[in-house]
Design a binder for this molecule. Structure first.
Ligand SMILES: Nc1ncnc2c1ncn2[C@@H]1O[C@H](COP(=O)(O)OP(=O)(O)OP(=O)(O)O)[C@@H](O)[C@H]1O
Ligand SMILES: [Mg+2]
Length: 252
């Protein structure tokens, strides 16, 4: 469903993504690992349209998306979460979720005058959907809480909730397990598996190897901007190139 070909992203003289190619099959959970600074987040940002590719091609569901603005890629069903969650702190958890769907009638000024009833009906529907998503993630007790009062782990879940509001086809998760306690991590893993069972696809950056090993197949390994390996998790665990990359060795 996602095809990345010879993708390069440079920042000044630095090649953060250095000729990366891979493709994701539908209904898979793919892991993306690699040492700090390997270029994982840069790869995500370039796929999601935050950065323009320096060169290379990206297509999603058969349509080229390289260089499109983020909202177009989002609208096509490819959404990402952030390594550091970015909720609207002064809004409640429920409001944060309701912010997400693009093109709600209420956002367009004139609709407030000419179609109040329709706006109210749409808002009710989105509120109901937000409640369902929050219940699915066991976040419903926090629906009325301000997002800024959530713990780091709860904010990770809220990120996932907001992403689900967009009804995506492919979700890019940047370190969903970072700073999350083991109980909440188990909840996140369980919910991702449930979504996968419903047909959702994921590409997951994560340093937590337990999460990668229990959820992801295949696993992509990046080092110094390059993709050095794509393999099943068990093979990744025992491949000397991966160990080398983490110990700072130069990839072959
Ligand atoms: N916006 C930017 N401008 C300039 N350089 C950047 C930018 N974003 C990332 N870089 C550089 O690109 C390289 C790859 O960074 P990136 O954040 O993609 O790594 P990462 O694999 O996500 O690391 P981590 O596991 O620590 O999150 C780093 O050298 C980083 O300093
Ligand atoms: Mg990163």
């Amino acid at each position: 469903m996602l095809e990345v070909r010879d993708l390069v992203k440079e920042f000044g003289g630095l090649r953060a993504v250095d000729g990366v190619s891979f493709s994701l099959r539908p209904n898979t959970i793919t892991g993306l690992i690699g040492p700090n600074g390997a270029g994982k987040t840069s790869l995500f940002d370039t796929i999601a349209g935050v950065h323009r590719p320096t060169s290379g091609a990206i297509s999603f569901l058969g349509t080229p998306i390289g260089g499109l603005p983020p909202h177009r890629i989002f609208g096509a069903g490819l959404v990402r979460t952030f390594q550091i969650p970015r909720p609207f702190g002064g809004m409640t958890v429920l409001e944060n979720c309701m912010m997400v769907p693009a093109g709600q009638a209420g956002e367009r000024f004139w609709n407030n005058w000419v179609a109040r009833a329709r706006v109210r009906a749409e808002e009710r529907a989105w509120r109901e959907k937000a409640r369902q998503v929050l219940a699915f993630l066991s976040l419903e007790p926090l629906a009325g809480e301000y997002a800024k009062n959530l713990s780091g782990g709860q904010q990770k879940l809220l990120e996932l909730a907001r992403v689900l509001m967009a009804e995506p086809r492919l979700i890019l998760l940047d370190e969903p397990g970072a700073g999350v306690n083991p109980t909440l991590l188990a909840t996140i893993v369980d919910r991702l598996q449930a979504l996968h069972a419903q047909g959702m696809s994921f590409l997951i950056i994560e340093h937590n190897m337990d999460l990668i090993m229990s959820l992801c197949d295949p696993v992509l390994v990046m080092a110094q901007g390059r993709l050095i390996l794509e393999a099943p998790p068990a093979q990744v665990r025992s491949d000397p190139r991966v160990l080398d990359a983490y110990l700072g060795g130069v990839p072959a």
